[in-house]
Ligand binder design. Structure first.
Ligand SMILES: [Fe+2]
Length: 365
């Protein structure tokens, strides 16, 4: 039998995506979480212009990645196109993006802090910083690892002439910010003006009096959602596939993560601009231990129409169905008493009252 060591010495242990990353000349952050995305180390990024850093957290498991990209005051990014899907979230500044297909009409739309938008596959695009005195900071989520590892040919990924007319035809209202609400709290659009203030809808099943909206971007494999839950509450533990890039928009608290098959429980503290990615088949549970509602934004490869990771359980039961019935969620009455103890100790640290039950208002309020 060939040992792992022999394989590594013969072929190396880097994926095509990892090899490509090294040629980009910017840092790549690993680990379980990032405390504050707006302060990660960045380096000049010649391909995109400005500065950048890859964010490859452990739970992404080689199918989705993140990056930070800074565009200096008054400057524009380099023009680019690529054969992977991309969602962009504006964390600082304001400006505009121009998108077009080879030989086609150019479309420009504006954005500011809190905006999120999609880049149609292999369309040309360029970002402009609209302020002369402040940088723009974007977080991007892409399917680059999946595509790079599959095709392992960067020339194909960045220089293909194919135009996906089935996804984008320079439609007048493509980036108008208009949207459509579908059943199941799903908002379909290509541009969200402000995720911080976006209207959310009741989501009883995940507990904690939480509210939520799911996002569907036209013809992208990437989707996501926003969830928010009140002070003094925590959500139900649940488990699913890898790659959900979670960024905190507000609040202060922590999440617990532990492998389904048993093993060490990790505690990830978070606040605004923290990021973490629950790994495949890890239970995870979110706890609001602060004084304001906790709101978070998620990017994942789980578009409802084209998702890469749409497991049958999502289709048939949904991720908020009881694990005892074949679903993916642990009901409050079935969780380990340790979970509640840790939470009460965290609330006590902050001097916060606890709830008798998560369907009741805070004690003392
Ligand atoms: Fe989750």
């Amino acid at each position: 039998m060939v040992s792992k060591r022999a394989w590594v010495s013969a072929f190396g242990d880097e994926t095509p995506y990892e090899k490509w990353q090294k040629t980009e000349g910017i840092p790549s952050l690993h680990g379980f979480y990032v405390e504050d995305l707006t302060t990660v180390p960045m380096a000049p990024w010649p391909r995109k212009g400005g500065k950048g850093s890859f964010i490859n957290l452990e739970g992404s498991e080689h199918h989705i990645d993140g990056y930070m990209h800074e565009i200096p005051p008054g400057k524009a990014s380099e023009v680019e196109k690529h054969m992977f899907d991309e969602l962009i979230f504006v964390m600082k500044g304001r400006g505009a993006t121009t998108v077009w297909l080879e030989g086609g009409k150019k479309q420009t739309f504006e954005w500011q802090v809190g905006s999120e938008f999609t880049i149609p596959m292999n369309s040309w695009h360029q970002h402009f910083n609209g302020q002369g005195d402040k940088p723009v900071l974007h977080f991007g989520a892409t399917t680059a690892p999946l595509v790079m590892n599959y095709f392992h040919d960067t020339d194909f990924v960045f220089n293909s002439g194919y135009m996906f007319h089935s996804r984008y035809q320079s439609e007048e209202d493509f980036f108008s910010g208009k949207g459509k609400l579908h059943p199941g709290r799903v908002w379909e659009t290509n541009l969200i003006n402000d995720v911080y203030n976006f209207k959310l809808h009741e989501w009883k099943e995940r507990g904690a009096g939480g509210v939520n909206v799911m996002f569907e971007f036209s013809n992208s494999t990437l989707g996501g959602h926003i969830s928010e839950f009140p002070v003094g509450t925590y959500k139900k533990g649940h488990v699913h596939g890898p790659g959900a890039q979670i960024i905190l928009l507000s609040g202060h608290g922590y999440s617990l993560l532990w492998p389904r098959e048993g093993g060490e429980m990790k505690k990830v503290p978070w606040k605004k601009n923290s990021m973490f990615v629950p790994p495949n088949n890890y239970f995870h549970q979110h706890f609001n231990a602060g004084l304001e509602p906790a709101r978070y934004l998620v990017f994942s490869a789980r578009s409802f129409r084209h998702g890469i990771l749409n497991f049958r359980v999502y289709r048939n039961m949904g991720p908020d169905s009881d694990i005892r019935e074949g679903g993916m969620q642990v009901e409050y009455e079935d969780e380990s008493p340790e979970i509640r103890k840790i939470f009460e100790a965290e609330l006590a640290k902050e001097g916060l009252p606890r709830r008798k039950s998560f369907s009741l208002p805070l004690l003392g309020h």
